[in-house]
Structures are given as C-alpha cells and as structure tokens.
Design a binder for this molecule. Structure first.
Ligand SMILES: CC(=O)SCCNC(=O)CCNC(=O)[C@H](O)C(C)(C)COP(=O)(O)OP(=O)(O)OC[C@H]1O[C@@H](n2cnc3c(N)ncnc32)[C@H](O)[C@@H]1OP(=O)(O)O
Length: 201
C-alpha cells in the first residue's frame, strides 16, 4: 500500500494553489499563457461543457482531500453526477497532476489508488484499474507527459515512466520505462476483400 510518491504528490495535489493551477491550465487556457482569476474560470465554465467537467472534477478532488466530512460528502455527490452526466468514472480520490487532457469522456474509468503526473492525455474507453478485487492493493504510478491511446487497459500496481506513449487498444500490466512507445501486438489480421459496388442507382 505504501508508495513513497503518494505522500508528496498528495500534499501537492490537495493544496488550494494546486487547484488554481489546474483550473488555470485546464479551464482558462491550455498553454498556460493567462493568469488565474475566478471570473475567467466561471466565464469559461458557463459557455463550455468540456471545461465544466475539468472544473467540477477538480473542485470535487479538492473537497474530497479536505478533513471535513461534509466537504467529502459534497465531493462524492459531484463525482457521482459527473460519472452519470459524462460517462467517465474518474475517482475523485485519484491524484492527478496539472494539465489533464480528455478529448472524449465516454468510458474512462480511473481507480482511486493512482498517482498520475502532469500533462496526461487520456482517451475514451480507457481503464486504469485494479488487477484483482482484493482490498489490500498498492498504487499505480504514471509519470508526466503520458499519452494514453483509446481503449487501453492499464492494470495493477505498476509504474509508467515519463514521456510514454501508449498505443490504442493496449493491455498494460507491467512497468513501462520512461521515453518509450508501447502497444499490444496485434493478434488479429484485418482482411480486405473487394465486394464491388453495393449501391443501387
Ligand atoms: C476520435 C479520435 O480520433 S480519438 C483518438 C484516438 N487515437 C488514439 O487513441 C491514438 C493512439 N495512437 C496509436 O495507437 C498510434 O498508432 C501510435 C502512437 C501507437 C503509433 O503511431 P505510429 O508511430 O505512427 O505507428 P505506425 O502507424 O507507423 O505503425 C507502426 C506499426 O505499429 C503497429 N501499431 C501502431 N499502433 C498500434 C496499436 N495501437 N496496436 C497495435 N499495433 C499498432 C502498426 O500496425 C504498424 O505495424 P505494421 O507495420 O506491421 O502494420
């Protein structure tokens, strides 16, 4: 269960400054070229559905890490609503660095016990989960600048290094070194047949 990265990351991830930095990049402007202001955040959130997800997830994540049981309760309600509305079940207890990027929310499931670095790109139908349903499990650690292809399944208490690109439809259950490209080898061949024109004129 002990992960040396978790305590430092959770300190970083729980802070109000971290919340503002996440909102500055994910909600206000992705290149980070704008200063933080709540007014700008509310303006973006009012007019952009995608940004609304980042906003509410970050707020829920912040509240969940608080010591107040009332705030944790509110965080859980926000988390449930987000999952229902967007079809993405990203645990509000997860530790995710700044600059998280999601283009299509549908089918994303991320477990609570994970420490994910900055600038992660997560695509649709990706699971970052447990290997088994036993209560005593550790953490999955994912570095900075990791790009995860659609329909990937990343399981177990593994470590994925910085600057890793994970190809679409990958099954990952082993540590992946930094600065690598990884994908599951194709086990099926696509067959291309010429069936002529089927369009009736
Ligand atoms: C609506 C949307 O667009 S959502 C966005 C969805 N997009 C994604 O999820 C992006 C994920 N990107 C990928 O999977 C890419 O294929 C990458 C980044 C892994 C590799 O890209 P490239 O380096 O350009 O690889 P390239 O296309 O040249 O393929 C090289 C070889 O690897 C194979 N390969 C590439 N990706 C995969 C993969 N995900 N799984 C299995 N084999 C793969 C190719 O078939 C090819 O093998 P072949 O020569 O025997 O046919």
């Amino acid at each position: 269960m002990d992960n040396p990265l978790v305590s430092s990351a959770s300190d970083k991830v729980t802070g109000y400054e971290h919340l503002k930095e996440c909102l500055r990049i994910e909600v206000i402007k992705r290149d980070g070229g704008k200063r933080f202001s709540w007014l700008k955040v509310f303006h973006r959130v009012a007019f952009n559905r995608k940004k609304r997800f980042y906003f509410w997830w970050r707020i829920a994540n912040y509240l969940y890490k608080s010591s107040s049981s009332r705030q944790r309760k509110i965080a859980k309600i926000i988390g449930v609503n987000l999952a229902r509305k967007y079809g993405a079940d990203i645990s509000i207890a997860a530790h995710i660095g700044t600059g998280m990027k999601i283009n299509h929310y549908v089918g994303i499931v991320i477990r609570a016990e994970c420490v994910i670095g900055d600038n992660v790109n997560i695509r649709q139908n990706t699971t970052i989960g447990r290997k088994k349903s036993t209560p005593d499990i550790g953490y999955i650690t994912i570095g900075n600048n990791v790009d995860i292809g659609a329909n990937s399944c990343i399981l177990g208490d593994i470590v994925i290094g910085d600057n890793v690109t994970i190809g679409a439809m990958s099954f990952i259950n082993k540590d992946i070194p930094a600065n690598t490209l990884v994908y599951s080898q194709k086990t099926t061949q696509i067959v291309i047949k010429n069936i002529g024109s089927t369009i009736q004129h």
